[in-house]
Write a protein that binds this ligand. Structure first.
Ligand code: GLN
Ligand code: ZN
Length: 762
């Protein structure tokens, strides 16, 4: 019999129950017992849901109060010294302190750093280790949760993050070699495995997702040592789980490891099946991930069944069926999304539906008759997507096909454009601007909520937005900003706002996925060809420009960012969907220009995070990402100034691509790294203009004049003054007006001083 298994389930709850319980506990409004009770009942509910959906084996220890990497760190006692006393006194609060930092009673401890989990939008906490790091087994979470599942009568398979990936995902504060800690870490894993065995666990799923990355000889040696050591002890059988890509050049190593089973991702990398089967050997189990754990679409069951049958022919009973990866990255249940158009609703599969699909595949592989009927029905639904007029809009394809190379370049090269723009805009040296959004205050959010629920009329909402916008424009004029923004008060979210106005996008009611800790996002679903029925931002930009003689900057979210922060259709390459979005944005850019907007910013904060996991795939991605940006941006006259914005560090890898975007001005995040980031731009001789952020908007702290002036001086030392803009790091929507007022006033003053000192030098 083919077994249906799962690698992990969303823990936040179908209605974000865990989020609410966590935040109430953090506010001191509920007790630790209440929080633990909510967690327990969520786990039990989710296990039952998985079993009812058809899973034979459910994961345990996939639950987390905050993050599974942090769980692993505290499990092996890798608790940074500054937190130790706090953690020892109260492990639950210590755990949250590690995740969120502490600022009270004169204690000021910074949280662990957070970073993206591979190429997902989930963020994990980066464990902090050092050369003398001791490890020991602390607590019994994996054992306790295994027993909890078993008490419910379930066959559970505990999930652990493997020792090598754990180390590779950590950082050492002293710059020492992380893998050198493996010898000290392995006994802790061995002890834990023995305990799980004694508790009755037959199998353990041990995740080594780093095996889909480029790994070198040292990494390989570490895996070899880890699994030879762990295999030798008392332990359950080990299923080594890999996901998010192909094993590729790591396959031979993986096949040689003395584990009892292997999980591979056949959604991202269906082509690896034969090689994996060839390498598997005579006794290992193979878990095939044939249902997409990263996206929300119903599976092409015919395709999946082909893979399952091929594997089944070769290894028979040694085959397990699974989603490609943990279902953490999809919402819980699509059946509640009844407000969606019926056709679209039928195409969606969230966690629950994905397990049902696996059940169906397993039954069909066994030749069960009922499965064939169900398969026919699923096939019919699936096929409607291939032919739906909601998905396929011939006009979009026709237009895209007619785009020629000229559409990808501005009329003139940057130096000519610069002259034309200077003539039109008449900006001073070191022009000041902001990144777009101004504080989304309680009033702004409340007005939007009341408008959406019908309590505020459209006319009143518009009047409210107009007043907010005007106040924002006057404020910028008063303090002397050179290039103004309208403030983005009409926008809930920088992707949602555009998605709501474009054809081809849909929005769920409860399609939450965890981003980090209690934070969830509800990504738009791009299901069809994208097209723009009407201008999206022209009205507010034009209105804002009508209030002032200074240049007003139009504000758009770039094609790659829209793509990156959505669930994207899987029936055509992502690059095609990206170009469609770009074409819609190109029309918007041209409409803004025609409405008299002379400066237009196209934000691409997600460009870097779209980079594929393997370096060999980077060039192809960067090609279409840059091309999409250029398609969106290039349809304007020379004197129209195009800006872009990226709020992250690490430009070294992608600086050429960033330059190839050929924006007239780019604003980047630099204040937290004290301008170190500029290095990439300097080394590369970045030719166009740059606004290195001089003010860290992620902190409520208002920087002093001296700090901003110093950052500006640093920047002016390495860039030509004509290249330099003065702006904050990112949008101001999360800040309060008091801070913003103080910080921007200071920023303008810092720019002013810098101009004066440059004038003296000249
Ligand atoms: N224009 C957006 C804002 O100011 C940019 C946000 C971002 O970079 N994440 O909010
Ligand atoms: Zn930003």
């Amino acid at each position: 019999m083919t077994t249906v298994t799962n690698l992990g389930f969303p823990r936040i709850g179908p209605r974000r129950e865990l989020k609410h319980a966590l935040e109430s506990y953090w506010r001191g409004e509920s007790s630790a017992e209440q929080l633990q009770q909510t967690a327990r009942s969520l786990r039990q509910r989710h296990w039952k849901l998985q079993r009812d959906a058809g899973a034979d084996v459910v994961p345990s220890n996939d639950f987390s109060y905050y993050d599974q990497v942090l769980d692993t760190a505290v499990l092996v006692d890798a608790i940074p010294e500054r937190y130790r006393a706090l953690y020892d006194a109260n492990p639950l609060d210590g755990y949250f302190a590690l995740a969120r930092g502490v600022q009270r009673d004169g204690i000021d401890l910074h949280a662990l750093e957070m970073t993206k989990w591979f190429d997902t939008n989930y963020h994990y906490l980066v464990p902090e280790l050092h050369a003398d790091q001791p490890f020991r087994l602390r607590g019994d979470k994996p054992v306790a949760e295994y027993l909890e599942a078993r008490e419910q009568g379930l066959q559970a398979r505990p999930v652990l993050l493997g020792p090598v990936s754990f180390l590779l995902l950590s950082k050492t504060v002293d710059g020492s070699d992380r893998l050198a800690l493996l010898d000290r870490l392995l006994p802790v894993y061995a002890e834990l495995l023995a305990k799980l065995k004694q508790a009755g666990a037959e199998w353990v799923q041990i995740d080594e997702p780093c095996l889909v990355l480029d790994q070198d000889g040292d990494d390989h040696a570490a895996y070899r040592k880890a699994y030879t050591t762990l295999a030798a002890g008392e332990r359950p059988k080990l299923l080594l789980a890999t996901y998010f890509g192909a094993l590729g050049d790591n396959l031979a190593l993986v096949a040689s490891l003395p584990v009892d089973g292997l999980h591979v991702d056949l959604v991202r990398a269906p082509g690896q099946l034969d090689a994996v089967l060839d390498a598997l050997g005579e006794s290992k189990l193979l878990s095939v991930g044939v249902v997409d754990g990263r996206n929300v679409w119903r599976t092409d069951l015919d395709q999946a069944l082909k893979l399952v049958r091929r594997a089944h022919e070769r290894i028979g009973k040694r085959l397990l069926l699974a989603p490609s990866c943990s279902l953490l990255h999809v919402p819980v249940d699509a059946s509640v999304e009844t407000a969606l158009p019926a056709e679209l609703h039928a195409w969606l599969a969230f966690a629950r539906q994905k397990l049902e699909e696996l059940r169906l595949l397993a039954d069909a592989a066994k030749g069960l008759v009922h499965a064939y009927d169900a398969l026919d029905a699923a096939r019919a639904t699936f096929d409607t997507r291939r032919h739906s007029a909601q998905v396929h809009r011939p006009a979009v394809a026709t237009r895209l096909a007619s785009v020629d190379a000229r559409a990808l370049s501005r009329q003139s090269a940057y130096p000519q454009r610069r002259t034309a723009q200077q003539r039109r805009l008449g900006l001073p040296l070191l022009p000041t601007t902001t990144i777009g959004s101004f504080p989304q205050t309680h009033e702004v959010r409340e007005a939007r909520a009341r408008f959406k629920s019908g309590k505020l009329s459209e006319a009143d909402y518009d009047a409210f937005l107009a007043a907010e916008t005007e106040r924002c424009v006057r404020f910028q004029e008063d303090i002397g900003i050179d290039v103004l923004v309208h403030g983005e008060f009409e926008r809930n979210d920088m992707v949602e706002y555009f998605g709501e106005q474009l054809d081809g996008f849909a929005f769920t009611k409860l399609g939450w996925v965890q981003s980090y800790g209690s934070r969830c996002v509800k990504p738009p679903i791009i299901f069809g060809d994208v097209q723009r029925p009407a201008p999206m931002t022209v009205r507010w930009s034009r209105y804002a420009q009508s209030l002032t003689d200074r240049p007003m900057k139009g504000m758009l979210t770039g094609p790659v960012t829209v793509l990156q922060w959505s669930f994207v259709r899987d029936d055509q390459p992502r690059s095609v969907t990206c170009r469609q979005i770009a074409l819609a944005l190109r029309d918007e850019v041209q409409d803004l220009e025609a409405a008299g907007i002379g400066v237009i910013q196209i934000d691409e904060p997600a460009l870097r995070e779209g980079l594929p996991l393997r370096r060999s795939d980077w060039a192809e991605y960067l090609d279409w990402a840059v091309e999409s940006f250029r398609l969106a941006a290039s349809g304007v006259a020379d004197q129209t100034q195009i800006h872009t914005h990226m709020c992250y560090s690490e430009f070294n890898d992608i600086i050429e691509a960033v330059a190839a975007m050929d924006a007239d001005v780019i604003s980047i995040e630099t204040s937290r790294s004290r301008m170190e980031l500029l290095d990439a731009f300097v080394r590369f001789h970045y030719p166009n203009e740059i606004g290195p952020g001089v003010y860290d908007i992620h902190s409520p702290r208002v920087p002093e004049l001296g700090e901003m002036a110093e950052l500006l001086e640093k920047a002016a030392r390495v860039l030509k003054p004509e290249q330099l803009w003065v702006n904050p790091d990112c949008g101001l929507k999360t800040r309060g007006w008091a801070e913003v007022r103080a910080a921007l006033t200071t920023m303008v003053e810092a720019a002013q001083r810098m101009r004066e000192s440059l004038a003296v030098e000249a």
